[in-house]
Design a protein around this ligand. Structure first.
Ligand code: PAF
Length: 284
């Protein structure tokens, strides 16, 4: 596995792969890799792509400096895991190459309006501007055929799809299923910050999403199921919503068909999210 830091070396590596008629896949990460990331690497590898993974804790997507400071950082373990799970080139770009102006604002920002302003975007102002801007830069430097993201960050995936569509990036966006622990907890780099007791209470997020997914019913009934389930544990609910999976418009009681249930809660100071498919049965 190649380990690169320099943007021009990284660009040259990707250029050389394309020149040799190999397909390049990009897996963007913020490090602190877990089995959810490994599944993205192995899926990309199984499709025969040359896998370039990036590990960069992007400060522009954190609205809270304390959250950024707390974000787990495990570079040595990550390098070994990336190599084991099929990454051909791991890029750990420096902050100064990614955002030379930082901590001053970077003049250029990619903003995905509407989709990027609700739920996570409303709770974390500027978050999706930071995500879209960094992913745009990672795509421009790498020039991959495919880019892989986990569905745990379902709204992020929708924002990226919209950006790729609107700006005509020549890349296929691949969303991969959420990887869960045996007890249902969605894998997240932030889980490492949970005490045993907080982790036990955090299970209410996956339980809420699973209950909402059990049987088709109205949007308001699904919201009720999400909220009452979340209220059964000592967590601070940020949102519990049912939305259109593409536009993120809130689902109404007249709607039927596929929708997405999304929840966010703070458990002892750790912000967790989860989501899953639900079926709406509209008013007859
Ligand atoms: O999902 C993440 O880890 C990050 O938001 C991403 C896509 C790597 C951008 O920094």
């Amino acid at each position: 596995m190649r380990l690169l830091r320099d943007v021009e070396e990284w660009r040259a590596f990707a250029d050389a792969q394309r020149a040799a008629h190999r397909r390049v896949a990009l897996v963007p990460t913020m490090g602190a890799l877990h089995a959810g990331h490994w599944s993205l690497f192995t899926t990309a590898k199984e499709r025969g792509d040359v896998v370039i993974a990036t590990s960069f804790v992007n400060p522009r997507q954190f609205d809270d400096q304390a959250d950024l400071a707390r974000y787990p950082h495990t570079p040595e373990v990550d390098r070994a895991a990336a190599e084991t799970h099929g990454v051909d080139c791991l890029v750990e770009p420096s902050l100064v190459e990614m955002w030379p102006a930082y901590p001053d604002p970077t003049p250029t920002t990619v903003s995905v309006r509407a989709l990027g302003d609700v739920l996570e975007g409303a709770a974390r102002p500027g978050h999706f501007d930071g995500v879209a801007s960094v992913v745009a830069k990672l795509l421009i430097v790498t020039g991959p055929c495919r880019v892989y993201f986990g569905e745990k960050d379902f709204q992020q995936l929708a924002v990226i799809r919209q950006m790729v569509h609107d700006l005509s990036f020549a890349v296929e966006v691949v969303g991969c299923a959420i990887v869960r622990d045996g007890d249902g907890l969605a894998l997240s780099s932030r889980n490492a910050q949970l005490s045993d007791d907080a982790r036990r209470r955090a299970l209410v997020l996956s339980r809420a999403v699973a209950r909402a997914g059990e049987a088709p019913t109205s949007a308001s009934e699904l919201r009720r199921v999400l909220r009452t389930t979340l209220a059964s544990a000592d967590v601070e609910v940020v949102y519990a919503e049912v939305v259109d999976p593409v536009t993120f418009a809130p689902s109404g009681d007249g709607d039927s068909g596929e929708a997405r249930a999304l929840v966010a809660a703070i458990v002892d100071g750790v912000r967790l999210i989860d989501n899953g498919p639900v079926l709406l049965k509209g008013d007859q």
